[in-house]
Design a binder for this molecule. Sequence first.
Ligand code: G3I
Length: 454
Amino acid sequence: MISRSLPVRPLRAALSAAATALLTLTALAALPQTPAHAADTLGAAAAEKGRYFGAAVAASHLGEAQYAATLNTEFNSVTPENEMKWDAVERTRDSFTFGAADQIVNHALGRGMKVRGHTLVWHSQLPGWVAGLGATELRSAMNHHITQVMTHYKGKIHSWDVVNEAFQDGGSGARRSSPFQDKLGDGFIEEAFRTARAADPDAKLCYNDYNTDGVNAKSNAVYAMVRDFKARGVPIDCVGFQSHFNSASPVPSDYRANLQRFADLGVEVQITELDIEGSGTAQATNYGNVVRACLAVTRCTGITVWGIPDKYSWRASGTPLLFDDNYNKKPAYHAVLSALGGSTDPGGPGNPGATCTATYTTAEDWGSGYNGKVTITAGSSPISAWSVNVTMTPPQKVVAVWNGAAGWDTSGNVMTVRSTHNGTLQPGTSTTFGFTAQRNGTSTPPQLSACTAS
Ligand code: G3I
């Protein structure tokens, strides 16, 4: 027995070692390919996804050290918030002043950032002299304005909002009344785009609007115009979706589908003025959803947030941006970075301070089954992801899980639930996930263990 078993042991050991090595190789091969160091800024993370991540910038703030530092660190595209508008660059007819806009463009290009041009033809921030012109003079002034401004910035602007907000709100899908619409008729948009193409053939030419973010009468009207332009060869390359959201105008559930239908017309789609009023996890979730929608649409080429710290937002009281008044990164920032695939480690390598606690309650109980609710609360450091083990007593069975991603151990009794969109928590703040269980005759409540955070 001994003599026969001796050679068997090394053989078994060798086979076992080979099998282990093979399994390890197989497991390694199955790991997703991730960069050695996940990007830890918005711009770098977006770039790894082939997108830009920009901010609207005001020239008057560039001298503020923290403002400039945040811009330079986090963003790789800028949009002048007001400095390229008609009243800023041609307040007096044929007298062009580019000083403030140049300041932004030079700041950006000198640091390797791209620039979006905003905006050439818009009913707002329009000097009075333009509104006072008759049709012939207005046509000439519009084309001259487009040509002069685009020529000044030729080769420096990746995308121009050629025409901004030309459609009415509400259900009609009609054009908005403006000096251009009222005196030149529907054809003014086409004329503006043709003039723009001639002025800078390399710039992407966009139509930009708000309340067109979901499928509705207004976006349908824009869609019909873009489809018509593409069919007739009118030069248009992109559609901008401003994406100003708040409780009265939330992120539409068909946001991604709407972006996709425009992209399917053969144009780029860009999220051009993103801001979402709110705070904490609700705001973070919305931001993450917007970013994921863009990433899901191949032709969604970039995202611009409409400002850097909340205090400089046009909707400052709604705290709609990614940085608070002191330039601290908000939960929304971490949600965006995470959605972009960047480093979700707000505490530095390993985020050693990250902790969480989990508590269980039964939310609804109908005898044969119940809905369990688990509340996860971050400890004294911000966290960007969590996981909790939920042990079920057989033959109880979990049949649904929401606001978390569930996996099971081999016994089938221990469910590990990981954060999905709701991993980012500021110290002391909470989120929940839920599940439905069938009792199958056993009433023992679920046991929670191992809340871990990173
Ligand atoms: O610079 C003057 C200052 O000298 C003066 O003392 C002050 C008094 O009101 O006004 C300052 O100008 C303001 C300017 O922003 C710069 O802060 C204007 O009044 C104000 O009307 C202007 O608001 C801008 C708004 O467009 C005008 O329509 C916002 O900053 C800008 O964020 C906003 O951006 C628009 C996009 O272009 C198009 N989509 C909607 C978006 C939000 O409204």
